[in-house]
Design a binder for this molecule. Structure first.
Ligand code: PA5
Length: 470
């Protein structure tokens, strides 16, 4: 059971002196790696970085497990109301570890509840979920660390109203709240209404919460083995503190992507999943990497305007959409392939004896073999064109491997914070947008923001209206 990080094609030996990262460039990061590692160890031992220990939190994992074991018996559907870090992790776990057509399986074939996560305030999306779930056998989980995110609070109000009108007094049994242990409107509401709750450690930021009840509860409710998931993640803690730079995959991954941007001019970093099940993980990583590293200020307060631009893609589908650009377009990208040595099932291509050159080489092969050949072929084409790329391969797409991958990428994000010299745990830019939304929607206390926005919008606008005939 392993993850494999093959970074050969990021190096000068593989893609040429001009394109690739030289050993001396990697060496130049060693000092920063050592300082970052010492700082992480110090902060971890003083309790500042609780997310490193989440997979060891037996008490929480068991509490979620036993709640879910009972609730799975009672409910047919589980709907998560949340956004950003409160939704992308749960969706990544669901995508990777449940049947790709989970919600369409019969109750017997599914191991747990149907799963819905409409992570937006698009009325068509939320309305559609309400069209297809029966409140009488649905458990709604409102998830917000801060307890005040406009999108989630709006969803919450709609659902409370929906439940009350359909179920009367029993509505409380259909709502479970995951939020800060003490603070915020939702904690207070849950206390008053005596709702079932789970807590998010106050020092674990939204996008690092996938191994807290934020991700564990929906996973357990849909039948994922969360003990195995956390065991896989736990195995990565020690590795992520390894003091040898080239034997510390989290630091190495971060260092290579940092150098790709800063030494080789490749700010666009594409996570190219060659598995539909791993694609939502690329989406989760996109948020983790972007929100953690895209920063105006450095840790010492100087202005940097730094950060990579993470992009997600899925193979082989995007070979027919993006790869032309990746192979021949501007030299501003580095590709991280995400693949599996073994897929969840084998699906052989039948031998129909058509005796055509277009079919002969495919007959008798397995579809997974074809997909992996396409991944290797795309990596080869990129390498030949002097394009930086690396590959993370999982032996299998199962709870331990997915847990390990999640932990690896979270630890890499902290090392990347050290290389980019930014605080990877805050998100002041997101907060500004949240405040502006409050202002536009008329929340009290945000009057000044509203005035500022109105005066900006009052300036002369250039708009073209394009008539459409009916
Ligand atoms: O990583 C983050 O902190 C954000 O993406 C949050 O997860 C997102 O804004 C939602 O916040 P909250 O969980 O407080 O509703």
């Amino acid at each position: 059971m392993s993850l494999h990080l093959d970074y050969t094609a990021t190096l000068a030996e593989a893609v040429g002196e001009q394109n690739g990262i030289r050993q001396s460039e990697l060496e130049s990061l060693r000092r920063t790696f050592e300082d970052t590692r010492s700082d992480l160890i110090r902060r971890h031992s003083s309790g500042e970085l609780p997310f490193w220990d989440l997979p060891f939190d037996r008490e929480t994992i068991s509490a979620v497990d036993s709640f879910a074991t009972r609730a799975r018996e009672r409910f047919d559907s589980f709907a998560l109301l949340g956004i950003g870090g409160s939704a992308l992790g749960p969706m990544a776990l669901h995508g990777a570890l449940n049947h790709p057509q989970h919600n369409l399986l019969t109750g017997e074939r599914r191991n747990g509840c149907r799963f819905f996560c409409p992570d937006n305030v698009d009325p068509d999306l939320i309305g559609a979920v309400l069209d297809v779930v029966d409140p009488a056998d649905t458990l709604f989980n409102v998830v917000t660390k801060s307890g005040g995110t406009a999108e989630t609070v709006a969803q919450f109000l709609i659902i409370v109203d929906h439940l009350r009108s359909r179920l009367g007094r029993n509505w409380r049994e259909h709502l479970v709240v995951t939020t800060d242990p003490e603070r915020g409107f939702l904690r207070e509401f849950a206390r008053r209404k005596q709702l079932q709750t789970f807590s998010i450690h106050p020092d674990v930021g939204g996008r690092f919460t996938v191994l807290t009840p934020v991700g564990l509860l929906p996973a357990a409710m849909t039948g994922i083995d969360i003990q195995a998931l956390c065991a896989g993640a736990a195995a990565l803690r020690e590795v992520s503190f390894n003091q040898q730079f080239d034997e510390n995959p989290a630091a190495l991954f971060a260092g290579l992507l940092y150098l790709a941007q800063t030494a080789k001019g490749r700010p666009i970093q594409i996570m190219f999943a060659y598995s539909n099940r791993l694609y939502p993980l690329a989406d989760w990583f996109r948020q983790l990497w972007a929100e953690s590293l895209g920063k105006r200020f450095s840790i010492d307060g100087s202005e940097l305007f730094t950060g990579p631009t993470p992009v997600k893609a899925v193979g082989a589908t995007d070979q027919h959409s993006q790869v032309q650009l990746y192979v021949e377009g501007p030299q501003d990208k580095v590709v991280v392939f995400l693949g599996a040595r073994q897929f969840g099932r084998q699906l052989p291509i039948p031998r129909l004896g058509m005796e055509a050159p277009e079919t002969g080489y495919l007959e008798g092969a397995d579809l997974g073999e074809l997909l992996n050949a396409e991944r290797r072929a795309t990596a080869y084409a990129l390498t030949r064109a002097g394009r930086l790329n690396m590959t993370i391969e999982l032996d299998a797409i199962d709870p331990p491997h997915v847990g390990a991958l999640i932990y690896l990428l979270e630890a890499a994000t902290l090392y990347a914070g050290g290389f980019y010299r930014v605080n990877p745990l805050d998100q002041p830019g997101v907060e500004a947008g949240k405040r502006a939304t409050y202002a536009l929607m008329g929340r009290s206390g945000y009057e000044q923001e509203r005035k500022d926005m109105e005066s900006l919008e009052a300036s002369e606008r250039r708009v073209v209206d394009i008539p459409v005939n009916r």
